[in-house]
Design a protein around this ligand. Structure first.
Ligand SMILES: *Cc1c(COP(=O)(O)O)cnc(C)c1O
Length: 363
């Protein structure tokens, strides 16, 4: 594609750190960049403890395991998201209970969460979908005592009522995969303010071994570690956090300005009063989505439909209605977005969208 959906934004800082890691020979999960990355990340999002892991998917698995969730337990998950949280609930043997999303925030619908609670509910995974935080205050009140896992994989830099995304819920997780707003290629992190939980997360992430004596396995664990090479890139990216978040926001604002032709009935992404929305991939909704995407793709612009609603995937099928998740899944689509995307490219994409919509209106 001439204009890709996404692009990385790496600087000399990341290059310097990663070369430094190579030259010192520390490349596994025990190097000092891992600790530096964890400290910088925890400070950036105002959390006490951060544990770096190999990606955002295992971050969720680790969070569920550290909370002691397993077979017989239910975990509430949104019906529209990238599937990783739902997959990890299934993988550890628990049951994902899908809940419809709210038509404004596109995150967990609070009334639906309340209706889905049962004696077996052991956690809620709230996804800050497309840079929009879920409503954490309302979730805590709807489900008192139930641990909340914040999946902030798409929301670096967003704010919920003056609190940074990544600091919400009992445990929060990030992805640093290459198309996410802050990246180290593949990577993730689990964060919490709870000392005991942090200890448990580290224990499971490192083969269940404690420092009591070598090769002493206190619990069954695995290897979730991030390499020092990933962490070196990640440290540079975390130090550039504000710059990277702002650069995506500028792209979104430019799209907003160019597409602000209400005449053509474009549905922009709504934003709740409690939220400062960050930009991951710029998203629009239109009933003529397929025509718009086909036109853009035929001219070399990598626009894509958003995910299929979770209950419409063979792996997670459900015959329950989920009307909001299904409607948005059928109409929403992404336009190319990255930090530093040239103005000319943004204009070309916006013009191509408006062309199709103008045709649709006059047809
Ligand atoms: C990207 C993403 C993940 C998975 O992260 P990876 O690092 O790709 O494993 C999990 N949850 C959400 C909501 C995501 O967008």
């Amino acid at each position: 594609m001439r204009i890709p959906l996404s692009n990385v934004n790496l600087s000399e800082l990341e290059e310097y750190y990663v070369l430094d890691a190579v030259r010192t020979g520390w490349i596994s999960g025990t190097g000092n960049y891992v600790t530096k990355f964890e400290d910088a990340l925890a400070e950036k999002v105002d959390r006490r403890y951060a544990i770096a892991v190999s990606n955002g998917t295992v971050a969720l698995e680790l969070a569920l395991l550290a909370l002691g969730i397993g077979p017989g337990d239910e975990v509430i998950c949104p019906a529209l998201t990238f599937a990783a949280p739902v997959a990890m609930v299934k993988k550890i043997g628990a049951k994902p209970v899908l809940v419809d999303i709210d038509p404004i925030s596109w995150t967990l619908d609070i009334d639906e969460v309340q209706a889905a609670l049962s004696r077996r509910t052991q956690a809620i995974i709230a996804v800050d979908l497309l840079g929009h935080p879920a409503n954490y205050w309302a979730l805590e009140h709807a489900a008192p005592g139930i641990p909340i896992i914040e999946d902030a994989a798409q929301a670096h830099g967003a704010i919920y009522n003056s609190k940074p995304v990544g600091s919400l819920g009992h445990i929060s997780t990030f992805s640093f995969m290459a198309n996410k707003p802050v990246t180290c290629g593949e990577g993730g992190a689990v964060l919490t303010d709870d000392y005991d939980l942090a200890q448990r997360l580290r224990l499971i992430a490192n083969h269940g071994m404690t420092s009591v004596k070598p090769y002493w396995h206190e619990v069954v664990g695995s290897n979730y570690r991030m390499t020092n090479l990933q962490a070196a890139i990640g440290l540079g990216q975390v130090q550039r956090w504000d710059e990277l978040v702002k650069a995506r926001k500028i792209v979104a604002e430019e799209y907003n300005r160019l597409l602000q032709v209400r005449l053509f009935d474009i549905n922009f992404r709504p934003v709740e009063d409690y939220a400062y929305e960050s930009t991951w991939l710029y998203v629009l909704r239109h009933s003529e989505r397929e025509r718009i995407i086909n036109h853009l793709r035929s001219t070399g612009i990598d626009a894509r439909p958003i995910w299929t609603a979770i209950p419409d995937n063979p792996a997670y099928q459900s015959s329950l209605p989920f009307p909001v998740a299904r409607r948005i899944a059928n109409e929403a689509f992404w336009l190319p977005t990255w930090a530093g995307m040239p103005e000319g490219a943004i204009k070309e994409v916006a013009d191509a969208v408006l062309e199709v919509i103008a045709e649709t209106v006059t047809a």
